[in-house]
Design a protein around this ligand. Structure first.
Ligand code: NAP
Length: 488
């Protein structure tokens, strides 16, 4: 094929078959492009395939956490369980017939820009060349194991929350969980009453926003099934409420809505925890929504179960029989779960990504990952990320974000096809300007008001998109071609 023909009929590699990768596959298929999806695991689903811990759910309302083109009338709850979300992605993959384009069980190990195209290689040695690469590898997929000694000496079952061992019995067992992020909180609500003794090891208390876990009735689901306008209306209303509400409020640490959220969290704490001693140990000493806000209908009930214990003394080490805290006490356990989060700065890595002039992404990101407009990196032509660095991970619905980012990439594909650009590659100066502006805005967000969280980079600056939803939508709707290298 000649270069001119290739420009008109480009071929795409999509890395990852989670929420963003499935979306890319569906849209590329609809547009009639040739593409190949690479998936390291044996199933689609990404985070929903990997996280199967008891109590897993998505606290983003289900009718918003759905593709805009495939709304689902059958969600069981306002915030539906993880298994149901996984089934949704599996069903969509079948319904849109993109499964056959996914190469399963073979992770990509290298992407290299050679002679104006991307050579992609997998761990099994499969190689092919593509004109565009879309990295849809997700953000929270490298478990973070705590730096606590003695893990190998534990004689019970020990695993990370994202690597749940379902062969291990839980009922009537002595279960310990380290971590009180969204994961540890959901596990506590679901598991505390099942264990003979449940120990939750808390390093930092969390603000907990209460939510009513509404189950949709058969009648309501039937109404959603038969009335597409009603289903669209609930999606759109949630979208407006979320994007004009929470997503805007976090941009200013002193905003009225953040103060309202803090008031609701405080009332939740004061009214749901009658024991003053437990209440004080669960009271955070930082601003609500500084860390990723925990939303829960059952955490406080879980931690107040007669079998549950909140441990706030620091952990000294893990021993054969349990966890030893610095007060000398041994908390004896049969099962120990590390709900200790993820390395949020890895993205596609450890894959080798070599751009123009042999430039390695690892070198470019040596200090920290960064991306122009959250999607592209100077020096890496026709290489785009979905939910990559500087994406709105803490504020908007990730599905809406991915849909807008994908539409942005398609606009650039059109620019290359028209000949406005030789390849889509952001100018370093444009990326520098964007990053400078982004950092200044990030410092004003609630995430920067003084807490430890995975939203912060190595400098303590929030790495997420710090501008309003309206700006993200506008930027993604029309790429600024002046920020890209022009055709020669
Ligand atoms: P996380 O928010 O990073 O929380 C990790 C927890 O482990 C924190 O409580 C942390 O304490 C604790 N920890 C880490 N190292 C420790 C150590 N050495 N000793 C004691 N404690 C330690 O991780 P996550 O709960 O898995 O959640 C990650 C993200 O996944 C969430 O923020 C959210 O974006 C997403 N998520 C979403 C949902 C949903 O419903 N949509 C559900 C689950 C997860 P410190 O606070 O002191 O650091």
């Amino acid at each position: 094929m000649s270069e001119a023909q290739r420009r008109q009929e480009p071929k795409f590699a999509v890395i990852g078959a989670g929420m963003s990768g499935i979306l890319a596959a569906i849209k590329l298929k609809e547009a009639g492009y040739a593409f190949q999806v690479f998936e390291k695991a044996d199933e689609v689903g990404g985070t929903w395939r990997e996280n199967t811990y008891p109590g897993i759910a998505c606290d983003v309302p289900s009718h918003l956490y759905s593709y805009s083109f495939a709304l689902n009338p059958d969600w069981s709850h306002f915030s539906s369980p993880g298994g149901e979300i996984q089934t949704y992605f599996e069903d969509i993959t079948k319904r849109y017939e993109v499964g056959a384009s996914i190469r399963f069980g073979d992770p990509v190990v290298r992407c290299e820009w050679l002679d104006g195209r991307w050579e992609v290689e997998t761990s099994a040695g499969y190689r092919d060349v593509f004109d565009w690469v879309i990295a849809a590898t997700g953000i929270l997929h490298h478990p973070s194991y705590p730096d606590i000694g003695g893990q190998a000496s534990f004689e019970g079952a020990l695993f990370h929350s994202a690597r749940w061992d379902h062969t291990v019995p839980l009922d009537g067992q002595r279960v310990g969980v380290i971590g009180t992020g969204s994961t540890g909180v959901q596990i506590t609500g679901a598991l505390a009453h099942r264990a003979s003794h449940y120990s939750l090891f808390q390093r930092t208390a969390q603000w907990v926003l209460p939510i009513e876990q509404k189950a949709y009735t058969q009648d309501e689901r039937e109404a959603f099934r038969t009335d597409a306008d009603l289903l669209r209306k609930i999606h759109d209303e949630l979208s407006i409420a979320f994007n004009d509400g929470f997503a805007t409020s976090v941009l200013d640490g002193d905003s009225e809505m953040i103060q309202n959220i803090e008031t609701q969290c405080r009332e939740n704490l004061e009214t749901q925890l009658p024991d003053p001693e437990l209440r004080e140990r669960l009271r955070p000493n930082y601003r609500a929504a500084c860390k990723r806000l925990v939303i829960s209908h059952n955490f406080y009930a879980g931690i107040q179960h007669p079998n549950a214990e909140l441990v706030t003394t620091d952990i000294e080490r893990i021993e054969a029989r349990g966890v030893r805290t610095t007060d000398g006490r041994l908390h004896e356990l049969d099962v120990l779960v590390l709900a200790t989060g993820f390395h949020a700065d890895q993205f596609m890595r450890p894959m080798t990504i070599k751009g123009r002039d042999g430039r390695l992404l690892d070198d470019v990101w040596e200090k920290r990952p960064s991306a122009y407009m959250s999607v592209a990196v100077p020096g890496f032509p026709n290489f785009f990320m979905m939910n990559g660095p500087n994406s709105p991970v803490g504020n908007f619905s990730l599905i809406q974000t991915a849909e807008m980012q994908f539409a942005y990439v398609m606009k650039l594909v059109e620019s290359v096809r028209r000949g406005d650009l030789d390849v889509a590659i952001p100018e370093p100066e444009a990326a520098r300007r964007f990053e400078e502006e982004r950092v200044e805005a990030a410092k004003k967000t609630v995430w920067a008001t003084g807490c430890r969280s995975w939203y912060l980079d190595d400098r303590g600056i929030p790495f997420a998109w710090p501008f309003p939803f309206s700006r993200f939508r506008a930027e993604m709707a029309e790429p600024k071609l002046e920020d890209y290298e022009r055709a020669s």
